[in-house]
Design a protein around this ligand. Structure first.
Ligand code: FAD
Length: 442
């Protein structure tokens, strides 16, 4: 009898956990991802703020699964699912909508940015979801300092060195803290015309507090820490507009060349592909054993799935995705070998953490609430543990120790695709991006 074919779409936290749970399954597993690497998204902000380089938080999926002989990795973008014919449609460099049949399907396609209906903000306020996003944000932050240094008119320095982060969740808080440390330590003595420490960092959120998923005490501790680092925290105010000159917040403009979107997310189109029930955000409603209503052979896990536990929707975090992926893999394995299936999925919440600058984090796990250095050490240990490969763990650990001791960051490079063509960086100047020189415009 032919082996069952299991297609898993997405090599993020959920998809990878599902594949690994199936390592001993007598089945043909095909993992399809549009990117060739697994990405550790919780550390994206460290790439965006130059602490780590992209290669320290991403690893080729093929490399991670190299020893799993029952699994084939395909680089391609899934564009649809035919539930009746039991196939997914894949686009790659050579094919448009190539059908690949499955016996079981696991969709773990995550989320993308949501500008809450204001897609026009995207051009001026990039988000942080992929390595390419993180490098683009890093370029934007570092270019702001270069532009200010090249600017002859000191009255423009303030606007060039104003950084606005829209969204006070973990990513916004972590980014704001990391930029504050960057300007006060790493960049401190390298500029002649500007004082990087004078940079204005503004974190805005419509909600009345930062880190609203944490307890009020921890969210206050995070806010106080940010303020001590010099971050201006503007809460309870919505962004009306984002354009080339900055943001309009509660009717007042903040002039800024660097606005970063750290707010909403929207699920992948999995719900549309399956034409099934979704929650109001568009995430696929799944049964308690994570399969799609009426289709026991299709599972949806991670950020793109919607499941309530104890009357509340499960959060879009890595732990949920990993536990769901592992669970879906086990259910499929049980069915293939004819063993009883595990009971309904139940999420075990190990807690949440967020870093605020150097040596400080907030940690909430059940009734335990801690902030400060201990929480930061716990944060560091947990993040190291969940990096995809031991080589990354060693490299990130050494980088963190070095950065902690010296203030130096690992990857403070402006890398873009403009080659060495001159680009205008400030009135009266151009800079060549390939070489680190600035030349006066005639
Ligand atoms: C900046 C940032 C910081 C975060 N910080 C934390 C944190 O500190 N702690 C925490 O627990 N969680 C954090 N999260 C959330 C966490 O990363 C997600 O909950 C987790 O990644 C969800 O896993 P997933 O498998 O559902 O999706 P993902 O990990 O996003 O994986 C989805 C995969 O699917 C692939 N894919 C998508 N669409 C297609 C398609 N059409 N065809 C083929 N492949 C496709 C993508 O390339 C990707 O590899 C953070 C997220 C971000 C963006």
């Amino acid at each position: 009898m032919a082996q069952a074919r299991i297609i898993i779409v997405g090599g993020g936290f959920g998809g990878l956990a599902a594949v690994k749970a199936l390592r001993n399954a007598p089945a043909e597993i095909i993992l399809i991802d549009r990117s060739n690497h697994h990405l550790f998204q919780p550390l994206l902000y460290q790439v965006a703020t130059s602490v780590l380089s992209p290669g320290q938080i991403g690893y080729p999926i093929r490399g991670i699964l190299g020893n799993q002989k029952n699994t084939t990795v395909i680089l391609g973008e899934v564009t649809g699912v035919d539930k009746d014919r039991k196939c997914v449609f894949v686009a790659d460099a050579d094919h448009e909508g190539m059908p690949i049949p499955y016996d079981y399907l696991v969709l773990a396609t995550g989320v993308t940015h949501s500008y809450f209906g204001h897609n026009e903000f995207e051009e001026f306020a990039p988000g942080l979801k992929s390595l390419a996003d993180a490098v683009a944000v890093r370029n934007k932050i570092l270019e702001a300092f270069e532009q200010a240094e090249a600017e002859e008119d000191p009255s423009r320095h303030r606007d060039l060195l104003t950084f606005v982060l829209v969204g006070g969740g973990p990513t916004g808080v972590e980014m704001a803290g990391a930029i504050a440390v960057l300007v006060r330590s790493t960049l401190k003595s390298e500029f002649r015309r500007i004082d990087p420490a004078s940079a204005r960092i503004v974190l805005v959120d419509r909600a009345p507090r930062v880190l609203s998923s944490f307890s009020e005490d921890l969210s206050n501790a995070a806010k106080q820490r940010l303020e001590r680092l010099g971050v201006e925290v503007r809460l309870g105010q919505g962004v009306d507009r984002i354009d080339a000159d900055g943001v309009v917040l509660a009717g007042k403009r903040i002039v800024s060349k660097t606005v970063i979107w750290t707010a909403g997310v929207a699920p992948s189109p999995a719900g549309k592909w399956l034409n099934t029930k979704t929650d109001p955000a568009g995430r696929v409603r799944v049964e308690t054993n994570l399969h799609v209503v009426g289709h026991p052979e299709i599972f949806v896990v991670g950020d793109t799935a919607s499941l309530d536990q104890d009357g509340k929707p499960l959060p879009g975090v890595a732990q949920v995705a990993m536990q769901q992926g592992r669970y879906a893999g086990k259910v499929i394995h049980s069915r293939i070998v004819g063993k009883p299936e595990p009971g309904p999925f139940s999420y075990f919440d190990k807690g949440s953490m967020a870093v605020v600058g150097k040596g400080f984090a907030v940690l909430q796990s059940g009734r335990v609430q801690v902030n400060g250095l201990f929480a930061w050490l716990a944060w560091a240990a947990v993040h190291l543990e969940f990096l995809a490969q031991s080589s990354l763990r060693v490299s990130v650990f050494l980088q963190w120790v070095w950065t902690y001791l010296t203030g130096q960051r690992g990857s403070r490079l402006i890398v873009n695709h403009r080659g060495s063509a001159p680009v205008r960086v400030a009135a009266g100047f151009t800079a060549t991006t390939g070489a680190a020189t600035a030349v006066k415009v005639p």
